[in-house]
Design a binder for this molecule. Structure first.
Ligand code: GUN
Length: 707
């Protein structure tokens, strides 16, 4: 196998910066810049015991592709030989590892043994002098069984030590700023603000580990674990990676990542191996009980469980440690891929069935999603939903938990808050609808199975709102090609089950249609319709579709949507779907055929910008509270205008403000400080992250509109 080259250190100005390259709600793929390479997150830092290296760090780099590991600076400090060698040759040479080295500070030892002999300043200077990439200040471990007063004390002591620690670290050593606070969500949120704000000069913490959670994981108290995580995330700077201290069991990765964890660390791969246990993504299995391997790995290839049992403990546990590390790495790769494909929540959903404790925690998170509270946990939950792209191409598997998937909750919330009854009907009459027609027992694509049915009922009564009944709610017919509704996959019978009256009236209430007469119909595409009427109604439905999508995905008032589409012309595909929308001769926008969303064209960007009379957004300035605040805008620094105007992406660090209703994945405008249009594109990060991140792409620009 080709040797893996040593890493390339980051640029000096990027040291400690974190960028986000992909996201799926709170889950993100990031790049953390260090002197010994740029590490891709979410990732696991394998714990290396400097006295007992089950797998050599060099091999982890060469064969396992591990970019960063963690070891304990206190253990090195305590052993004179190790300490001397680390100080003279550096930690990378001591471990023989060329990648990023993270160290812990001895806090965990003080939790296990009661005390440590090193002072908070000394352990930071020691980490700095060994050439560590990311060190850890000496925090005070807050055990879940401590009293509230004791836990408050642990938070205060940790916060008091933070600025001296940052000062001691100087410009070269990046630092972890751990969050303590036991199982009290408010205390965790408070600790997060204190640690997030800590500064020495310009320097703050680089990463925030959530500490004090090992006892919870040992007791499988996962509900409290995720509650703590959500509470902490509410007040942490959104641009800094979050680490779950001491968590390394793959069973927890998908859920933790879906809630926003970027880094894990654990010695589980080696400790479990010493005890003849194999890690799997669904839990732990004992070697003793195995006839065959439940999961394959390079390490186990060609060996049977029986053969492994007959080997010496040392040989056996090394093989099992390798297997455990491979399984851990594979599950993290699976999670990263799920983020890229918008499926992290579904993976978490699947894994939640692996353990009753995890399922309990997952169901608790679902309750929070369904009904967010008013504290820090609710704040995090609302951010999670708002940062989830409501649209995605590809199938949407029906399952018992489908209604709680964040992208589905998001699109349903957009439908409930932004959809409006058409301002005028196809025959140019105006006024409230005379009836609601619900098409039931029809499967997608509805333009094939139910279009003529919809038109027939509209011809019969022009003032009709036509809705489609889907297993995840009612949708207006003009949104028939919007995912996830049109991409639901499952047994054919799922379309045969119309909702009951109670359910329907609740859904109609959400759409503002309570009290309107309801007619339920099955699709009948054989109906006879006058051709010219059919064409007229179809054109009206096409226009409604654009107005509805502009409202839902771009927060554009339906009246503005009507102005924009007044006299619109369309170009259609061979399958009769709108490809381009024109106003006069100008191309205004294009529906996205993969997910039913919209892509603006330059003319549409100009028009939608002109519809917005509020000043360009600025971080920290209050925003007007409106139901349709207009297409979201990102306001950039003058220095960036010439580049972005030519079509370059908007980079973090050049952003003066962003509208808070910006949705990653949905269209946005880029404007200068005077509100002039510079470009349009798709945001990757949220407005919170735009205010905090200093590196990476914020908006992928479709077109610059210089001059
Ligand atoms: N390792 C596991 N938990 C902790 C913690 O709370 N603090 C530190 N520094 N290390 C840990």
């Amino acid at each position: 196998m080709a040797e893996r080259p040593d890493p390339v250190g980051c640029r000096e100005q990027d040291l400690g910066l974190f960028e986000i390259t992909h996201r799926d709600g709170s889950a993100r793929i990031g790049r953390l810049h260090t002197k010994h390479g740029v590490i891709t997150t979410p990732m696991l830092l394998p714990v290396i015991n400097p006295n007992l290296r089950t797998i050599e760090p060099r091999e982890m780099w060469e064969s396992y592709g591990i970019e960063a590991l963690i070891t304990n600076s206190y253990v090195i400090w305590k052993h004179e030989d190790l300490r001397k060698e680390a100080l003279s040759n550096g930690i990378h040479s001591l471990l023989d590892f060329p990648g990023t080295v993270v160290t812990d500070s001895g806090t965990f030892q003080s939790y296990v043994y009661g005390d440590v002999e090193v002072g908070p300043q000394e352990i930071v200077s020691f980490q700095r002098d060994m050439g560590v990439d990311i060190g850890t200040m000496l925090d005070e471990f807050g055990r879940p069984d401590m009293t509230r007063e004791e836990l408050e004390g642990a938070v205060e002591v940790t916060a008091e030590r933070s600025e001296p620690a940052l000062e001691e670290a100087g410009g070269d050593l990046l630092l972890n700023g751990p969050i303590q606070g036991g199982t009290h969500p408010d205390l965790r949120a408070h600790a997060s603000s204190l640690m997030g704000d800590a500064l020495s000069g310009e320097q703050g913490f680089c990463v925030h580990p959530i500490g004090g959670i090992v006892p919870l994981m040992e007791q499988q108290r996962y509900k409290e674990l995720f509650e703590i995580l959500l509470a902490s995330k509410a007040s942490l700077p959104p641009g800094r990676p979050v680490h779950l201290f001491g968590c390394g069991h793959p069973i927890l990765f998908p859920m933790a990542i879906a809630l926003g964890v970027d880094l894990f660390d654990s010695a589980a791969y080696a400790i479990f191996a010493r005890d003849d246990r194999l890690l799997t993504p669904n839990g732990t299995v004992k070697l003793d009980n195995l006839n065959e391997w439940p999961f394959h790995s390079n390490a186990l290839f060609g060996t049977t469980p029986g053969q492994l049992r007959s080997m010496d403990l040392d040989v056996r546990s090394e093989i099992l440690a390798r297997h455990n590390l491979e399984i851990t790495q594979a599950e993290l790769a699976r999670c990263r891929e799920a983020i890229r494909t918008g499926k992290i929540w579904e993976l978490a959903e699947q894994r939640s069935h692996s353990s009753p404790y995890l399922r309990e925690a997952f169901l608790w998170v679902q309750e929070q999603l369904d009904n967010p509270d008013h504290g820090p946990v609710g704040d995090s939950i609302l951010r999670l939903i708002a940062s989830t792209d409501p649209l995605r191409g590809g199938g949407e598997a029906l399952g018992e938990d489908i209604e709680y998937r964040p992208h589905i909750l998001h699109i349903q919330a957009l439908l409930a808050t932004r959809w409006r009854v058409p301002g005028s009907w196809w025959d140019s009459t105006t006024g409230p609808p005379k009836r609601v027609v619900i098409i039931q027992r029809a499967s997608p694509p509805w333009r094939t199975t139910s279009l003529r049915t919809a038109i027939w009922h509209l011809v019969e009564e022009p003032m009709s709102v036509v809705l489609i009944n889907t297993p995840i709610g009612l949708i207006p017919f003009p949104l028939e090609d919007v995912s996830p509704w049109c991409h639901l996959t499952g047994p054919g019978g799922m379309w045969e089950l119309p909702s009951d009256d109670g359910e329907i009236s609740e859904l109609l209430h959400d759409l503002g249609l309570s009290g309107t007469t309801v007619v339920r119909v099955n699709p009948d595409e054989e109906v006879e319709i006058d051709h010219s009427l059919e064409r007229k109604v179809r054109e009206w439905l096409d226009r409604c579709s654009i107005v509805d999508k502009l409202s839902l995905f771009c927060a554009i008032h339906p009246l503005d949507g009507c102005k924009l589409t007044d006299g619109m012309r369309t170009r259609k595909s061979r399958t009769d779907r709108i490809v381009n929308v024109y106003s006069g001769d100008s191309h205004v926008l294009s529906p996205r055929l993969t997910d039913g969303g919209l892509s603006l064209a330059t003319e549409g960007a100009h028009s939608t910008n002109n519809m917005n009379s509020t000043p360009a957004p600025r971080f920290g300035s209050p925003e007007p509270e409106e139901e349709f605040p207009g297409i979201p805008r990102v306001c950039i620094h003058d220095d960036a205008v010439p580049f972005v105007g030519k079509g370059r992406n908007v980079m973090h660090g050049y952003i003066l403000g962003a509208d808070s209703h910006l949705i990653p994945g949905q269209p946005c405008l880029v404007v200068d400080s005077g509100g002039r249009l510079i470009a349009h594109g798709t945001p990757i990060t949220t407005h919170f992250e735009m205010a905090s991140l200093r590196k990476g792409v914020a908006v992928r620009v479709r077109e610059g509109v210089a001059n």
